[in-house]
Design a protein around this ligand. Structure first.
Ligand SMILES: *Cc1c(COP(=O)(O)O)cnc(C)c1O
Length: 387
């Protein structure tokens, strides 16, 4: 089966008793046992639920993974992976990561006694220098949030020590554009709140792996800690997955057109998009991705006040946190998604106050470009008045 077919058919056969073409939402918390232990694979919905099972299996199949586990959020999924840490082990993480992930590392994991070493570049030598025998986890997001940095998954996988696991957050690319497990990652994690569900109406997380021992450990934690998604959220996510491929194509073609528009605009200083030939890691992106996705960032040559005017004058592109939904969303990472980093930490990473992140939706791209053009014009008018 190929990608689009898997999205529709993996574990989604018509119901044997009723013929439902769409898998039912199983809301039962508990399941009848025909004698003690005489159940059909389901005992209690925290442990496993039939609707969640479909989601876990179809999501795993898209990543070419044997096993999938669904969680109540991307952050809950991260905590499940981090539960693998044992005394004395450390984490090596790329520095450009989701703000909430940084908060987990600094406010939960470090105080629990684990060292986290950040690598402030995409260079393999810099990763090599940071990894040691006690490195349990290498944590990467690629493309990264919000600077769209690209990390060479295959090359970094080669740096693993005996005990090391390479974890790749594939939220931005999605399995449609990148499959890290095929390139040597041990675990793939998603915030399925983003592209996987794709409609900005479910918070969820996914963990995928090919390793049966890792699967067993993380599944144990999933059941024991209990941050599982509701059957309804699983259903919505399964429904979202069915259109992942066509959504991603449209997100990408719109993003490319917007990148073209922004490239020629005088108020835009810098654009971060892995599909730009001028992106420092364009060659790696081309090699390891099947496409460049729908996320981009740019720097506006303007003050905070002017940027606010720009944001307020946007009509279709909404100022909001999050990404990956069908509607276009824009945000200022320094003030929103990455506000949990101190100013020094942000400066060190290049997350300046004039950095704008755009999650390009699937609207007609001409409307989006006109929207940006007119909001940039209103901003520039204000600039002229002030002068
Ligand atoms: C949103 C996000 C997360 C966190 O996921 P939640 O579902 O919000 O808990 C993790 N990684 C990336 C790249 C994200 O964008």
């Amino acid at each position: 089966m190929r990608f689009e077919t898997k999205a529709l058919h993996t574990s989604q056969e018509p119901d044997k008793t009723t013929g439902d073409v769409i898998n039912p939402i199983h809301i039962s918390t508990t399941f009848y046992q025909d004698g003690v232990g005489g159940h059909k694979g389901f005992e209690y919905s925290r442990t496993l639920n039939p609707t969640r099972k479909v989601l876990e299996e179809v999501a795993a199949s898209l990543e070419n993974a044997k096993y999938g586990l669904a969680f109540a959020s991307g952050c809950a999924a991260s905590m499940a992976i981090l539960s693998l840490l044992q005394r004395g082990e450390n984490i090596v993480s790329a520095s450009d990561i989701y703000g909430g992930m940084y908060r987990i590392f600094e406010k939960i994991i470090r105080p629990s006694g684990y060292d986290i070493k950040y690598v402030f570049s995409t260079r393999i030598e810099d990763f090599k220098r940071s990894i040691d025998e006690n490195t349990k986890i290498i944590w990467l997001e690629t493309p990264s949030n919000p600077l769209m940095q690209i990390y060479d998954i295959k090359a970094i996988a080669k740096l693993k020590k005996k005990n090391t696991l390479l974890v790749v957050d594939n939220t931005f690319a999605t399995p449609y554009f990148q499959r890290p497990i095929d390139m040597g990652a041990d675990i793939v994690i998603h915030s399925s709140s983003k592209y996987i569900n794709g409609h900005s109406d479910v918070i969820g997380g996914l963990v995928m792996t090919n390793d049966s021992d890792l699967y067993r450990s993380i599944k144990f934690y999933q059941n024991a800690a209990g941050a599982v998604p509701s059957p309804f959220d699983c259903y919505l996510t399964i429904r979202g997955i069915k259109t992942l491929a066509i959504r991603m194509e449209k997100h990408q073609s719109n993003a490319k057109a917007i990148v073209n528009f922004l490239s020629s605009h005088k108020s835009i200083n810098k654009i971060f998009y892995p599909g730009l030939e001028t992106h420092p890691d364009f060659e790696i992106a081309k090699k390891q991705m099947f496409g460049f996705g729908g996320m981009l960032s740019f720097m506006i040559d303007a003050t905070i006040e002017q940027i606010n005017t720009f944001m307020r004058n946007l009509r279709f592109i909404k100022l909001a946190e999050s990404l990956g939904g069908v509607e276009s969303l824009i945000c200022i990472p320094a003030k929103m998604t990455h506000a949990s980093l101190s100013r020094e930490e942000r400066d060190r990473r290049g997350i300046t106050d004039n950095l704008i992140r755009l999650s390009v939706g699937i609207e007609d791209v001409n409307d989006l470009i006109e929207d940006l053009k007119s909001a940039l014009n209103s901003m520039n008018k204000i600039m002229n008045y002030e002068i």
